[in-house]
Write a protein that binds this ligand. Structure first.
Ligand code: IVH
Length: 720
């Protein structure tokens, strides 16, 4: 699109125009307007298509403003394809139907490796090639937005249309002109193309979609169900300003039609699909070749040499889809060579040279068989839907939380209902809605229990809470859940003593309270099926190690309501021994910054209970550490220093100290150590040979990047 040299010149020209006393090198208004238009087009391409701006938004706005002012002052310099003319002031009442230059067909579908192999065999047959031949395929994302067709004539954008019925679509040209990813002019003529029709998809970035819905929620408007609905709606707005406000982006994936000055079809002048996509990318369009910025670790398109490579690439993308900034519903596999495409031909519905590989569905309907009520470690009673098992995005789902009574009531969920279940990415599956229209009258409303389903104690719901609770701390279900939490990663972190083992020991009558975890009979364990001497010895080792844990872990492991890791750390820093807390009154707790009256009451209540004190004493006798350790003395979040409240990350090789030493210094200066580069990161300290983390932080633009020397300087300023 632009050579390095051209880019350098355009950048120099920009800088010159942006200087406070910067005189435009051209003094007549026509030349000046032309220069400004060129510069703005270039920066729009860098920003919207390349995702790699060279100037700040502010600088871009200054250029834009200069052009607007110039056009206002000298109307004769205005041009139809000026970047200032994207939004037309006219409202469209009704869209006119326009015929596509060639029909816009659909795609056949495939769902797994076997389907793709069948497709490959079919292609070889149609091409008259032997079974052993390798066909090259271009694989690219199947974008899930609104389909568009753009017509360019004499290098100008002439028309934009929706797909419509495939033969004709709505003319949405004024709306299409507002998309910064769609060039208003493109140098097709340099490639001998007088008129072209391009196919693509208009999309909304996922993060942008979340913002749109957030705004709608604040304004009391109905929310969009997904980015696709928001995008297709945006394409057909009556006011182009509203289309512009949705921040649509167009990805072009197909050159559908191309003729030369004489009107001859020159599509077949290209040898392959990927060649035509490279051409479109070089003309300034956003195509599957575009880099979409942070978060994209897999190329979006690949020319595969055979179907086995296609299958690998499609399956890799199935796992990766959630990290991509746009919604995809699959991949599209296209025979790469155009003469082979021609040999395959078309059905009335789809090309025989292409197929969609659909990702595993994330939504499905299934029947709600029953609702069970589970009691958690602090007595919270949670309704759990028991579903007829259903495959969702590769996992079988049969239990889904229904959260609380309100959730069931507002969604009017009844036993026997068909329900719509969704599982997106790593998100826990949830019930979107029940399908009331499919009821036959046999469905039963969910009856919420008045008493604990395990111990029978009457349930209580504090006024400001959504959850019913069993307040009997001895309730068997609570005891078991507390043991499971006690050994978990966040609490005492005892390896090899997970949920199923604890349940097994519990059923054997070996566990009555968490103290019993520290007096297990390892000889008996060694004799259990599936164990043996070695596993029993490993378990003993893990438990002995946990006995030495710092006390903040022990405090956290006690399942005191609302006491998380942070609160546990704050408390651990203030006491010599866990049982010191028996003497604390509420005032003493709330003196600690970040400990509020509710948490104070819960902890005080716990340590006033003689049963809890006795439990801790027993644990101490069994060798569990209850005394403050060095680790407890400095809770990360409580350190007051020059880096307090900052999230920091180190990358690359440091020259004056090890990574661990640097991290310890940062923590001592009050910083929190981050695990990766994200929007929450404040500081990245980049040593020698810093790689992808540095790139990612630079791309985000919100992270402060320090050298090792700068970091050390800040630390030295730390008050002693
Ligand atoms: S090629 C003749 N490529 O999928 C070529 N389509 O059923 C046919 N789509 O709504 C289309 N991404 O808008 C093609 N990379 C891609 C695509 C893609 C999304 C959509 C297309 C249409 C549907 C086809």
């Amino acid at each position: 699109m632009y050579s390095t040299e051209q880019q350098r010149v355009l950048f120099e020209q920009t800088k010159q125009l942006l200087q406070p006393d910067g005189h435009a090198p051209a003094d007549d208004a026509f030349a000046r307007a032309e220069l400004l238009r060129n510069l703005i087009r270039f920066h729009e391409w860098r920003y919207y298509v390349q995702n790699d701006p060279l100037v700040s938004d502010f600088e871009y706005d200054l250029l834009y403003k200069q052009l607007q002012d110039l056009e206002a002052q000298f109307p004769e310099v205005q041009a139809e394809d000026s970047p200032t003319r994207r939004v037309s002031p006219d409202l469209t009442e009704n869209f006119t139907l326009v015929a596509h230059l060639t029909p816009m067909l659909s795609l056949g579908n495939s769902y797994d490796a076997a389907d793709l192999n069948t497709f490959d065999e079919q292609v070889k047959k149609l091409c008259g090639l032997p079974k052993e031949a390798d066909i090259a395929y271009c694989v690219e994302p199947k974008y899930d937005g609104g389909t568009i067709a753009l017509v360019y004539e004499n290098d100008q954008l002439l028309r934009g249309a929706t797909r419509g019925n495939g033969e004709q679509g709505d003319d949405i040209t004024p709306n299409m002109r507002t998309l910064r990813t769609i060039p208003l002019q493109a140098a097709f003529s340099e490639k001998g193309i007088a008129k072209a029709e391009l196919r693509g998809e208009a999309l909304i970035r996922k993060e942008n979609f979340d913002k749109i819905n957030q705004k709608r929620q604040e304004a009391g408007e109905t929310l969009f169900a997904n980015p696709r609905n928001a995008a297709t709606g945006a394409l057909r707005m009556k006011d182009p300003k509203e289309t512009a406000a949705r921040g649509l982006e167009a990805f072009i994936y197909q050159l559908g039609y191309a003729v030369d000055k004489e009107g001859n079809n020159i599509l077949q002048n290209f040898t392959s699909h990927d060649e035509s996509i490279h051409l479109l990318q070089s003309l300034g369009f956003k195509t599957p070749l575009a880099n979409t910025g942070e978060g994209q670790h897999l190329p979006a398109t690949k020319t595969c040499q055979n179907i086995a490579e296609v299958i690998d690439f499609c399956l890799a993308w199935q796992n990766y889809r959630d990290e991509y900034p746009y919604e995809l519903d699959g991949m599209v596999v296209k025979v790469n060579l155009l003469d082979l495409q021609a040999r395959c031909g078309y059905t009335a519905h789809h090309p025989r040279w292409a197929i969609a590989f659909k990702f595993k569905a994330r939504q499905a309907t299934t029947r709600l068989r029953d609702v069970e009520f589970q009691v958690g470690k602090s007595g919270a009673v949670t309704p759990v839907a028991k579903l007829e098992p259903v495959a969702l995005a590769g996992v079988t789902v049969s239990n889904v939380s229904l959260h609380n009574e309100e959730f069931i009531k507002t969604k009017d969920i009844r036993i026997g209902d068909q329900v719509l279940v969704e599982r997106a990415g790593d998100v826990i599956p949830y019930i979107v809605k029940s399908l009331a229209e499919l009821r036959n009258g046999s469905e039963i409303p969910v009856e919420y229990p008045k008493n604990c389903p395990v111990c029978g104690t009457e349930l209580i719901k504090p006024e400001d809470e959504a959850i019913w609770r069993c307040e009997n701390a001895e309730c068997e279900a609570q005891v078991l859940q507390r043991m499971i939490f006690h050994t978990s990663k966040h609490a005492m972190d005892i390896e090899g003593l997970g949920e199923s083992t604890i349940e097994r020991f519990y059923k054997l009558g070996w566990l009555h309270s968490i103290a019993d975890l520290y007096r297990l009979d390892y000889d008996a364990i060694a004799k259990l099926e599936g164990f043996g001497e070695k596993s029993a010895a490993n378990m003993r080792k893990a438990i002995d190690k946990a006995k030495q844990n710092p006390i903040y872990r022990l405090l956290h492991s006690l399942s005191i309501l609302h006491l998380g890791q942070k609160g546990s750390r704050l408390l651990a820093a203030e006491i010599g021994h866990v049982l010191d807390l028996c003497a604390w009154d509420i005032e003493r707790y709330v003196e600690i910054k970040d400990i509020g009256p509710v948490l104070a009451k819960n902890v005080q209540h716990f340590f006033q209970n003689p049963k809890n004190v006795a439990l801790l004493q027993t644990m101490e006798q069994l060798g569990v550490n209850l005394t403050q350790t060095d680790d407890d003395k400095k809770p990360e979040s409580a350190v007051d220093g020059p880096l307090s409240g900052k999230n920091i990350l180190f990358t690359g090789t440091l020259s004056t100290c090890t990574r661990e030493e640097a991290e310890a210094m940062a923590a001592a200066a009050g910083a929190h150590l981050a695990s990766g580069v994200s929007k929450n990161l404040h500081i990245l300290v980049a040593g020698e040979k810093a790689g992808s983390k540095l790139k990612k932080a630079e791309a985000l633009g919100t992270v402060e990047i320090w050298t090792e020397a700068e970091f050390l300087e800040k630390i030295d300023q730390k008050p002693v």
